[in-house]
Design a protein around this ligand. Structure first.
Ligand SMILES: Cc1cc2nc3c(=O)[nH]c(=O)nc-3n(C[C@H](O)[C@H](O)[C@H](O)COP(=O)(O)OP(=O)(O)OC[C@H]3O[C@@H](n4cnc5c(N)ncnc54)[C@H](O)[C@@H]3O)c2cc1C
Length: 321
């Protein structure tokens, strides 16, 4: 018998919400026994929430010999040893920067194939679905290997509760190889900032924002919505926002529950990065803007009036700040 392991990512000691969709994907088959793999001694605190989504075992991985946080190579070694110890032949995680790094290093050590940024996974068939050429084609790939390792695009799967009881085990893997890379420094953005690729709500500004300072109206609205702020390439090229905020073909691919585009025309290259958003709202002064033909809700109006009005309405509703 073999099991599915889900690599759990945390931020500031809390499990990232985007993990729950990945767990739900892994638990989608009736017979799947799904284990959570965590690199922290926080299993006891996380048990209740992980149980709600169908995790049957939480494996707390630590080492007394080495500092696993010192290198992703060490974590990959630890994962390989843990997988072998617990008969885990399927390893799945978020297709986030950390997830990509660890999943690929682990696959390399196992000499196994891996696929990242999957938008669909069949755990029985070992097939994955991936979007190519800015979403113009969808590829279905079958993995033929003893190990099935994949990263799922954040928010591709809805988190579905499947309550069960989880057992906690602590495991100290054998980590003996010297790491090829070492983490020297971690630079974090503000802890309040929500990562764009994992955000469940995004509000983005386009060329119409006019300057960098005007993004503050999006930031204010975003803090009430618990949203991340994105930008079109025109806004980035104009210097209103950094490239890390760019959504689209040459920026980030996002899949939030709600995407609000403000003063963005809806060029194909922008659309390529956000078309899998569950609900798209566009605010645009031009009723003929392409985005208004592709959105779920369109507001024909000036973003400098509509966004502050939305912010005021959210304040009245008592949103978070
Ligand atoms: C190879 C390649 C890769 C690219 N990659 C990307 C990418 O990754 N991401 C990306 O975004 N683009 C990308 N582009 C650029 C893309 O083609 C568009 O040029 C860009 O998306 C346009 O940005 P925009 O919608 O902000 O600007 P515009 O197209 O100029 O649209 C501005 C919109 O704001 C509206 N507007 C004006 N004033 C207001 C107001 N006060 N209130 C409300 N609405 C207002 C206008 O009606 C208009 O629809 C790429 C292009 C190429 C060729």
């Amino acid at each position: 018998m073999s099991f599915i392991g889900v690599l759990i990512e945390s931020r500031d000691g809390e499990i990232k919400d985007s993990n729950f969709g990945v767990i739900s994907a892994a638990c989608s088959g009736d017979s799947n026994d799904v284990y959570a793999l965590i690199f922290a001694d926080s299993a006891e605190e996380q048990k209740e929430i992980l149980e709600q989504y169908g995790i049957s075992k939480i494996i707390e991985i630590s080492s007394s010999q080495v500092d696993l946080d010192a290198s992703p190579d060490l974590k990959a070694q630890a994962l390989v040893d843990t997988m072998k110890q617990y008969d885990i032949t399927t390893l799945v995680g978020l297709g986030s920067p950390v997830g990509k790094d660890l999943l690929l290093r682990t696959a390399t050590r196992l000499n196994a194939p891996s696929v990242i940024d999957c938008i669909g996974v069949d755990f029985t068939d070992h097939t994955v679905t991936k979007s190519h050429f800015s979403g113009k084609t969808i590829a279905k790939l079958k993995i033929e290997s003893d190990y099935f390792i994949c990263g799922i695009r954040p928010n591709s799967y809805e988190a579905v509760k499947k309550p069960c009881t989880a057992q906690i085990v602590s495991y100290t893997p054998e980590v003996t190889d010297k790491p090829g890379v070492r983490v020297r420094e971690i630079k974090t953005t503000s802890s309040a900032a929500v990562d764009l690729t994992e955000a469940s709500i995004i509000i983005s500004g386009g060329r119409a924002m006019g300057d960098a300072d005007n993004f503050k109206i999006l930031n204010e609205c975003a803090s009430l919505l618990g949203a991340a702020v994105g930008a079109s390439r025109a806004a980035v090229d104009a210097g209103f926002a950094p490239h890390s905020m760019q959504v689209g073909q040459t920026g980030k691919t996002v899949s939030p529950q709600l995407y609000i585009g403000c003063g963005i025309s809806g060029a194909v290259q922008h659309f390529a990065g956000m078309k899998t958003s569950k609900v798209i709202v566009a605010i645009n002064t031009d009723k003929d803007a392409p985005i208004l033909g592709k959105c779920d809700y369109g507001v024909i109006g000036d973003l400098f009036e509509v966004v502050p009005a939305l912010t005021e309405a959210l304040k009245e509703l008592g949103g978070e700040s």
